[in-house]
Design a protein around this ligand. Structure first.
Ligand code: GLN
Length: 546
């Protein structure tokens, strides 16, 4: 029988519940258990697909084409578990399903209510990953305890413990122990309140994980234990990590969190295997080299908007024993001055995905600079499309070439909507989504990276390379090195006469892991490293200031 772990959060949002859940998943996997990870989000959007990156950060896409919360990305980066449509439910998705059933008459004329209909639907969603062979289904509850909108989720997991038995369901509560600088004290009261709130609705946490910037002393642990009604050894300290999020599992394992969980759930396992993870963290902490990469995009103020891109760049660095310093450059700033001003000191340029007209010109200018100055370039989705537009305008001399996303009347729609996309009216869940097969040309940067010629990568876009222009492009030196066999779409473009110039229509960043860096990110950083005959980073900075 599958056991369940529920992870709730208290006191404040953005506590790192997603990371903690992913780290717990990793630790249990490394004890030989088969786990799954799932997130329940209390908001009403059916999925985050239609939300702006400013609102919600990145939309993370799964192999089966679900547009999910970015925490799901952490799950896939830390663990080997397969993430699917079942891995993320929102209030909107739950209600959608209940309302559809009501319309079909499935409730036999009954009044449809939050309890039991919504809570039953939530319980069914939570049980879905608990398939034969799965030892532990880990489920993170989004939001913070005390939010009105999380209540049905909390009620559903309370009922589940009651139904499945204490030995099969574990509650972990992640909380914040704030440090008051003025008095030099760590404070436990907010956590006491948050656990009190949980107990009010019938949930007694088994384990308390305390986010803190300072170590908890014995007295504090005693206090938390007493007032939160949790034995002291189950009060775990989660001190801020110094170098990287990938240190987190090691912080937790030092306090034997994996053993405590196994004990609570009555599971016996052999020793943990974390050697490769420790080795990876050592590289992150003490890298041999450093490389500076410019990311030219739009949603840059927000760390979360390109979460997987930044992580995948770090992974590419790990593969090359190298720290990747990322400089985010707003493409509109480039438009105001020049690409040279911003890009001349960087070892590589990455242009990520995005939507909408704003800042497109700056991206095109940046790519032109990288192409003509032989700076390694990696274009992802919109970044690839901009590279195609740049090549069309400046190499093929197709004046006014553009994507029809930005100019419907362009004389040269080198990026255009697929026929199947033209009739679509609904925005949610209607892009080309999820994993597609792609066949690689042998003589290419891509093949060199992957080492084999059939790959599967995830997509999230509406527009495509326009096949009408293929011959013109190829004649001028663009290599179409990846083709989707199913509908003959160009998925990868390259420039052969360049140290490394690759644009991909898909999102490779979603499949990169710290212990298994994505081959394209690995090779991009390798090429950037080879391009670092430039001044050391500190000199660059002082030059920029002067
Ligand atoms: N806006 C482009 C499209 O829809 C690119 C999308 C993306 O970068 N994810 O095709």
């Amino acid at each position: 029988m599958t056991k369940h772990i529920f992870i709730t959060g208290g006191v404040v949002s953005s506590l790192g519940k997603g990371l903690t859940s992913a780290a717990i998943g990793l630790l249990l996997e490394r004890r030989g258990l088969k786990i799954t990870l799932q997130k329940l989000d209390p908001y009403i959007n059916v999925d985050p697909g239609t939300m702006s990156p400013f609102q919600h950060g990145e939309v993370y896409v799964t192999d089966d084409g679900a547009e999910t919360d970015l925490d799901i990305g952490h799950y896939e980066r830390f663990t080997q578990t397969r993430i699917t449509k079942e891995s993320n439910y929102t209030t909107g998705k739950i209600y959608n399903s209940v309302i559809a059933k009501e319309r079909r008459g499935k409730y036999l004329g009954k009044t449809v209510q939050v309890i039991p209909h919504i809570t039953n639907e939530i319980k069914a969603a939570v049980k879905k990953p608990a398939k034969p062979g799965v030892n532990i289904a880990i489920c993170e509850i989004g939001g913070t305890v005390g939010d009105i909108e999380s209540l049905p989720f909390l009620e559903a997991i309370r009922q589940l413990r009651h139904e499945l038995g204490e030995e099969n369901v574990l509650f972990i509560h992640l909380t914040l122990i704030p440090y008051l600088r003025a008095s030099g004290e760590l404070k436990t009261k907010p956590s006491q309140h948050s656990v009190g709130k949980l107990r009010e609705i019938g949930i007694q946490p088994d384990i308390l994980i305390c986010r803190t910037e300072k170590s908890l002393n014995e007295e504090l642990k005693n206090k938390l234990s007493l007032f939160c009604n949790i034995p002291k050894k189950y009060v775990i300290e989660e001190k801020d990590v110094t170098h990287s999020i990938y240190e987190l599992p090691l912080v937790l394992v030092e306090q034997k969190l994996d053993e405590l969980i196994l004990k609570k759930l009555g599971l016996k396992r052999k020793g943990r295997k974390l050697k490769d993870w420790r080795r990876m963290v050592e590289i992150v902490k003490h890298p041999k080299h450093t490389v500076e990469i410019a990311v030219v995009g739009k949603y840059l103020e927000l760390q979360d908007a390109y979460k997987s891109i930044y992580e995948a760049l770090t992974h590419g660095g790990i593969a090359n024993n190298c720290a990747v310093k990322i400089k985010r450059i707003n493409s509109e700033d480039i438009e105001k001055t020049s690409a040279a001003k911003y890009l001349k000191d960087f070892a590589g340029l990455l242009v990520p995905g995005g939507f909408g007209q704003r800042g497109i010109l700056g991206k095109i200018q940046a790519i032109e600079y990288a192409r003509t100055h032989k700076i390694p370039f990696f274009g992802i989705c919109l970044g690839m499309q901009c590279a195609v537009i740049e090549f069309a305008r400046h190499v093929c001399k197709l004046k006014g070439a553009h994507s029809t996303e930005f100019n419907l009347n362009t004389p040269h729609p080198v990026i255009d909507l697929m026929l199947s996309q033209r009739k679509i009216k609904d925005l949610g869940g209607t892009m080309r989504l999820g994993a597609y097969k792609c066949k690689l040309k042998k003589d290419s940067f891509a093949y060199q990276a992957y080492g084999h010629d059939v790959i599967f990568e995830r997509h999230r876009h509406r527009f495509e390379f326009n096949n009408k222009y293929r011959d013109q492009f190829v004649k001028k030196g663009l290599r179409l090195s990846g083709i989707c066999p199913k509908n003959d779409l160009v998925e990868i473009i390259e420039i052969a006469d360049h140290p490394w110039f690759v644009g991909v229509q898909f999102h490779p960043e979603f499949k990169s892991q710290p212990i298994k860096p994505h081959p394209l990110f690995r090779d991009f950083i390798k090429a950037a490293l080879a391009n670092t005959t430039k001044p050391a980073s500190d000199e660059i900075r002082s030059q920029k200031k002067s």
